[in-house]
Ligand binder design. Structure first.
Ligand code: HEM
Length: 228
């Protein structure tokens, strides 16, 4: 018997519990880490305030790291599913970049590329590229964070300096991408937004699945009746 709860006929399970926990905890700790880090780096606080902020930053960094490790260890199938979906680059994925999903035309009236958007799988071309970047940076920020924290005595001056600037500016650049692209684009589909953030089931409507990810819907949801 399947361990997936019965769904309403017009709903599709897109986000399983581990996906939702990983994404929410990652997003919350990400921004809390960004604010505490930027506060110390840019605002030149008193020694006492900087020490408190850094202590909070380190505790949050540990939660951030174990959130990623926990996701991989507890739900390796879900982690693999997301990575596999991001790494599958077929013709339709590449062709998505010919008109950037039609967004320049839709939002800025720029007639960029063909009008038609090729049908996409679980993620579109832009999502695949950005999620690979996000997952890579989540891992890289965790590794560089621990290196800066407990590896400092053994790393040379240059390695410490390079790691520090990568950690600070890498996190800021990805945060700009998250705030200016990921969040606004995520809000375009309230079904996906509610599916990944709500406390209840991670379902989306059939309509949203057919509209945003027709190949995923056709190939992975309808035909096999399992979300793979
Ligand atoms: C408040 C902030 C955020 C919002 C509203 C948000 C929203 C969303 C939504 C709606 C999706 C589902 C997209 C889909 O399946 O089509 C998603 C997926 C994803 N987001 Fe975010 N996100 C936020 C923060 C972040 C941050 C900070 C990161 C990492 C830097 C991130 C990384 C990802 C990744 C890797 C996925 C794919 C995971 C999956 O499909 O289970 N998100 N996000």
């Amino acid at each position: 018997m399947s361990d997936i709860p019965a769904l309403a006929p017009d709903r599709i399970l897109r986000f399983h519990a581990p996906d939702k926990v990983f994404h929410s905890l990652n997003a919350i700790t990400w921004f809390a880490l960004l604010f505490t880090g930027m506060y110390v780096y840019f605002l030149n606080p008193s020694d006492e305030a900087a020490e408190t902020a850094m202590l909070i930053h380190l505790i949050l960094g540990a939660v951030f790291t174990f959130n990623l490790l926990g996701f991989i260890v507890i739900a390796p199938d879900r982690f693999a599913l997301i990575m596999r979906a991001c790494l599958e680059w077929d013709r339709n994925t590449i062709y998505w970049f010919r008109n950037f999903g039609g967004y320049p035309r839709r939002f800025f009236k720029i007639p960029f590329g063909p009008v038609e958007v090729p049908p996409q799988g679980r993620y579109n071309g832009g999502q695949k590229a950005s999620y690979l970047l996000f997952m890579g940076m989540i891992a890289a920020l965790a590794v560089t964070g621990w290196l800066l924290w407990i590896g400092a005595p053994v790393t040379g001056k240059f390695v410490y300096w390079a790691t520090f600037y990568f950690h600070v500016w890498g996190s800021i650049i990805i945060s700009v991408l998250v705030v200016c692209a990921h969040i606004p684009l995520a809000l375009l589909s309230l079904e996906h937004f509610k599916g990944i953030w709500r406390l209840g089931p991670g379902t989306i409507s059939v309509e949203a699945a057919e509209h945003h990810a027709p190949i995923w819907f056709e190939r992975d949801v309808v035909r096999t009746d399992i979300e793979k």
